[in-house]
Design a binder for this molecule. Structure first.
Ligand code: ZN
Length: 412
């Protein structure tokens, strides 16, 4: 068994606690939406920490912050990282933990005077959480953005990305220059909190992500006839909500017959029209969000849901229509990287759990550029995007050490 490297855990813990205090907002607890005041303060703090560690600091055209070790501009990098922007009312670990663990790993490599074959970069990606659509920084690095996409990007208040960047002395056109050549990156590793309840339930400290789920999101409508709730006999109604209720009841069967054990489907929003207690619903508009780790299964499920809704509509004299709001292909993690994470964990005496990621991450974008892998640490109660977000410090320490040894294995 190879000897394992260890992070300086007190230093990492202090960094996590310090960053958790940056961007506190009176209404939203933690508020570091991309390019907000809190995000700016966190970015400045992180850049200072990188310089204090004696690592090379680089900020690319998309405002991604890179800490670099063993960098000479020639040799390719092993990259690690995540994001420090947050949703409103966020927890302190989503994204931040992966960035700070990355920084700590580089500091350890430098302190230990390790001679590595490759460069190592720890990165904080810009706007992962989606003030301007999400995954902005990683999409820029992977060359997925067009000038149109950049100039059309707006937040919910109608502020454009160009406006916001220009106000901060940044040039939005430079986003296109953040693109990296595939040969300049050998691998990407992200450590992240699970944001779900599985690791905690299984009592396991480390998850090795095998892939990130894909999804399709529909906005669907069932149309019937609005009518008097007192005078219209039950057998003469075209009640749109009854159609939706029947469909909702069929979801478990549709998943069982057409999906995998990992398929999930959610109707998260329903609007009933006209929406009065004494009127038979004339139409219902609802969202359908379906996820799985396999593209083929997602396509089968889309067919099955469409057939089920059409059949219900036919039987009940309703009209069914839907619009696809988004479709994201699932992404597979690299088997070699998964193996490296397993090895690093077992050398530390930890048996990890192989699992999918139900949430989206920069890793799924980075996987289009290079081989990618992800380490999960448990989320207490599965809570995330909430001030209740918490991971026990012991698990954070194990996760950081697994990341350190995985990166070392990849870079040396
Ligand atoms: Zn995140």
């Amino acid at each position: 068994m190879a000897k394992s490297l260890k992070v300086n855990f007190e230093r990492l813990q202090a960094d996590v606690e310090t960053l958790a205090r940056i961007g506190r907002h009176e209404n939203y607890s933690l508020y570091r939406m991309a390019f907000s005041e809190g995000d700016q303060a966190a970015r400045e703090w992180l850049q200072k920490r990188i310089q204090e560690a004696g690592l090379d600091l680089y900020v690319d055209g998309a405002a991604n912050i890179h800490a670099r070790f063993n960098w000479d501009g020639q040799r390719p990098s092993i990259m690690t990282g995540s994001h420090i922007d947050t949703v409103p009312g966020a927890g302190h670990l989503d994204g931040a933990l992966g960035v700070l663990v990355g920084l700590e790993c580089l500091r350890r490599f430098k302190e230990l005077g390790l001679s590595l074959r490759h460069a190592v970069e720890a990165i904080a990606f810009t706007d992962e959480e989606g003030r301007f659509g999400g995954m902005l920084g990683s999409q820029a690095i992977c060359g997925q953005l067009t000038p149109e996409a950049i100039y059309n990007a707006r937040d919910l208040d109608g502020m454009s990305l160009s406006q916001v960047m220009t106000a901060q002395g940044l040039n939005p056109t430079d986003i296109l220059r953040a693109r990296r050549k595939p040969e300049s990156v050998l691998a990407f590793l992200e450590l992240h909190i699970e944001q779900g309840p599985v690791l905690e339930r299984e009592g396991v400290s480390i998850g090795v992500v095998e892939g990130i789920v894909g999804l399709f999101k529909w906005e669907a409508t069932l149309k019937g006839t609005a009518n008097h709730a007192g005078t219209t006999p039950m057998d003469m109604r075209q009640d749109a909500f009854q159609g939706l209720a029947e469909f909702a009841g069929e979801i478990p069967r549709i998943l069982e017959e057409n999906g995998s054990a990992r398929s999930v489907a959610t109707i998260g929003r329903v609007e009933i029209f006209p929406g009065a207690a004494n009127v038979v619903p004339g139409s219902v508009k609802f969202s359908l969000d379906v996820r799985d780790t396999e593209g083929v299964i997602l396509r089968d499920l889309a067919d099955a849901f469409r057939r089920a809704l059409s059949a219900i509509a036919r039987r009940r004299g309703l009209m069914f229509e839907f619009e696809v709001l988004s479709e994201i292909e699932p992404v597979k993690c690299d088997p070699g990287l998964m193996e490296a994470i397993f090895d690093a964990a077992r050398n530390l005496g930890v048996e990890p759990l192989q699992m999918p990621s139900g949430a989206a991450h920069d890793t799924q974008i980075m996987a289009t550029l290079t081989r990618a892998g992800m380490i999960f640490v448990p989320s207490q109660g599965g809570r995330s995007h909430s001030p209740a977000e918490w991971t026990p410090w012991e698990d954070i320490e194990i996760g950081a050490n697994v990341a350190l040894n995985t990166l070392y294995q990849l870079a040396h």
